[in-house]
Design a protein around this ligand. Structure first.
Ligand code: BTN
Length: 264
């Protein structure tokens, strides 16, 4: 499988040589973190055929059935302070849209902040985790974990996800292989200029973000409030307007959103 994935990564990309493949694992993010803590270089990729404990944002799980999805984590070592990486998930989301479009011929949208969506359902998600050096305060490593549903049919998702999850095969009618998506994604992530033009990155994110302009339910600290998703700031925080006209800027660490009548 490792060789199959490598075939989908252009030769110019050095990350094709630092790739670990596991037929099964608890979580590729956990493994990538272990590798990062023992000195693995930037561009080390961990890919699995099955995750027994796939992790999502805010302590949720990520359904990772065997052979059906693309489960990938990459180690980045940007060497900057964490404040320079506030837009990391947004930058990765744009790269994922590019990669899925290149591999499958359809471009997902982004539901703030880390969900990839198509046809009003969830196609995948992104989980970014930072390791900070306690002495220098700089980022020792960033783990970027991405899961994309490729070959599932509706019945392959757990019952509670069947109404809100989709896959590339369900959308295109074609078997888009996890290896092809992984190869395309590794290339797109390698090309990412994380510390480059943040404004351009956020402009691209906004273009793909399906949340903006919508009425949403804002879930925060055990409270649910109705709001309109008005804009994003330069760090990817969501600017919402409440029915009384007041506005607030909310970070992804403190809040998540739902549609007024369901997932979107
Ligand atoms: C989310 O939906 O909130 C994010 C899902 C991220 C899932 C990916 S699959 C590869 C990597 N390993 C994990 O345990 N999680 C991420």
């Amino acid at each position: 499988m490792k060789t199959k994935i490598q075939k989908y990564i252009p030769a110019e990309c050095p990350w094709r040589d630092t790739l670990y493949w596991y037929s099964q694992i608890d979580s590729t993010n956990v493994k990538a973190k272990e590798l990062a803590q023992t000195g693995a270089p930037e561009g080390t990729c961990v890919i699995a055929g099955f995750q027994s404990a796939g992790k999502g944002r805010m302590g949720r799980s990520f359904s990772s059935p065997e052979g059906m999805g693309m489960y990938l984590s990459v180690i980045l070592r940007p060497g900057c302070t964490p404040d320079k990486l506030m837009h990391l998930t947004c930058a990765v989301a744009v790269a994922v849209c590019n990669a899925v479009e290149a591999a499958a011929g359809i471009r997902p949208g982004i539901k703030w902040i880390n969900d990839l969506v198509l046809g009003k359902k969830k196609l995948g998600g992104i989980l970014t985790e930072l390791g900070i050096n306690p002495v220098s305060g700089t980022v020792d490593y960033a783990i970027v974990g991405i899961g994309i549903n490729c070959l599932q049919q509706a019945a392959d998702f757990p019952a509670k996800l069947q109404d809100i999850a989709t896959s590339l095969q369900m959308l295109t009618g074609k078997p888009i292989s996890p290896a092809a998506v992984a190869g395309s994604l590794i290339h797109a992530l390698w090309k990412l200029d994380l510390l480059g033009e943040k404004k351009e990155c956020m402009a691209a994110y906004k273009e793909n973000c399906i949340t903006l302009g919508k009425d949403v339910q804002l879930h925060r600290a055990g409270e649910i409030r109705q709001a309109n998703a008005v804009d994003l700031d330069e760090n990817g925080c969501l600017i919402v307007e409440f029915p009384d006209g007041t506005r607030e800027t909310v970070g992804s660490g403190e809040a998540s959103i739902r549609g007024m009548f369901g997932y979107i």
